[in-house]
Design a protein around this ligand. Structure first.
Ligand code: NAP
Length: 318
């Protein structure tokens, strides 16, 4: 409970930034329960996924395109249980288990909290096959992977190259592409090669000579390539693609000047439900590298900032 001007309002624990900053500026605090709009759901958070964009928003890198209001609760990914619904949010009922990529039009009331208000357009039902931690790692990275592969029309018989295949987005893209009948070549450091094989990819080491290593595996070239890390990925991709326009980046919008595609992931309940179905069909799982309690969110950000995590980092809130 929080006392506000003599009135008692229900409260919650949350992680906040009081101004733009990094891991050391994250504070565990008490906040009032979020307001729930007519087409929104109040979700009791079981776990919140950590994505690089969380600390990029926190640092102010997105300030030119996204308003931020402080205190700011970071986080866009959630898995949890419906606590109550807005008056026109009949898609869900209290007790339903849901997942969401809860990106709103400004940054303020995120998912690193015990409760989050989520518009219905950001949610789908939680796949039963995934644990709470795994489910929390699925929405943003899974949607990015799914929408990227769809954008380039990946399907049966294609050979695709995925840069940063061991990361959050990459590890999900490998599995979805394989489920759609594609052959997948994925880049990662050696220590992640067994992980990539388990997901269904043929691993190659990145760095000097990458184009040659990909040509050895696919002498006729690849049909589509995905840049999930930046750096040399777009140029290397265009050296090994049959058609140099079938390259997509989620990191570098300059790809468009080179004839390729740029994508910024959108909340989409149908795409999210399709991901949940793939998980329940046993074709998609989420590798959780580390789960930390809410009070240790700073550690989760440091891990994510290292750029070396395998699969997902999540915050266990329950
Ligand atoms: N535009 C969008 O909508 C969108 C959506 C999601 C993410 N993103 C961005 O996309 C990037 C990836 O996101 P994420 O969540 O997948 O990140 P992540 O989980 O932090 O990625 C970590 C992975 O990157 C790999 N890696 C690091 N350097 C590499 C290199 N040079 N070549 C190949 N792999 C390398 C690491 O593998 P090793 O340890 O084996 O090196 C590690 O497994 C981030 O910049 C993120 O902000 C954009």
């Amino acid at each position: 409970m929080i006392f506000s001007g003599g009135e008692v309002v229900r409260g919650m624990k949350a992680i906040v930034l009081n101004e733009y900053g990094g891991p050391d500026d994250l504070t565990l605090t008490d906040l009032p329960e979020p307001k729930v709009g007519p087409d929104a759901i109040l979700v009791r958070v079981k776990a919140a996924g950590v994505n690089p964009v969380d600390w990029k928003v926190g640092a102010g890198y997105l300030d030119p395109v996204l308003d931020a209001h402080f205190p700011l609760v970071p986080g866009w990914d959630v898995a949890g249980v419906v606590e109550r619904t807005g008056p026109d949010a009949k898609e869900f009922a209290p007790g339903d288990e849901v997942i969401g990529y809860v990106r709103k039009d400004w940054a303020q009331n995120g998912t690193y909290a015990e409760l989050v208000a989520a518009p219905v357009r950001t949610l789908a039902r939680k796949p039963a096959a995934l644990s709470w931690q795994q489910a929390a790692g699925l929405p943003l990275a899974g949607l990015t992977a799914y929408q990227s592969l769809k954008r380039l029309g990946v399907g049966e018989g294609d050979t695709v190259l995925i840069h940063a295949a061991a990361g959050g987005v990459g590890s999900l893209a490998v599995q979805i592409a394989a489920a759609w009948g594609a052959r997948v070549i994925g880049t990662a450091s050696e220590r992640n090669h067994d992980f990539l094989r388990e997901l269904g990819a043929e691993p190659v080491v990145y760095g000097e000579g990458l184009a040659d290593r990909v040509r050895e595996l696919a002498p006729g070239g690849v049909d589509a390539a995905f840049d999930f890390v930046g750096g040399e990925s777009i140029d290397v991709s265009q050296q090994v693609l049959k058609d140099s326009t079938r390259v997509l980046s989620i990191v570098d919008a300059e790809v468009m000047a080179k004839g390729g595609h740029y994508l910024f992931v959108r909340p989409d309940p149908a795409d999210l439900a399709a991901l949940a179905d793939l998980a329940d069909a046993g074709k998609l799982t989420v590798g959780v590298d580390r789960a930390v309690p809410l009070a240790e969110t700073a550690e989760a950000w440091r891990l994510s900032q290292s750029g070396r995590t395998r699969g997902k980092v999540v915050i266990d809130v329950s």
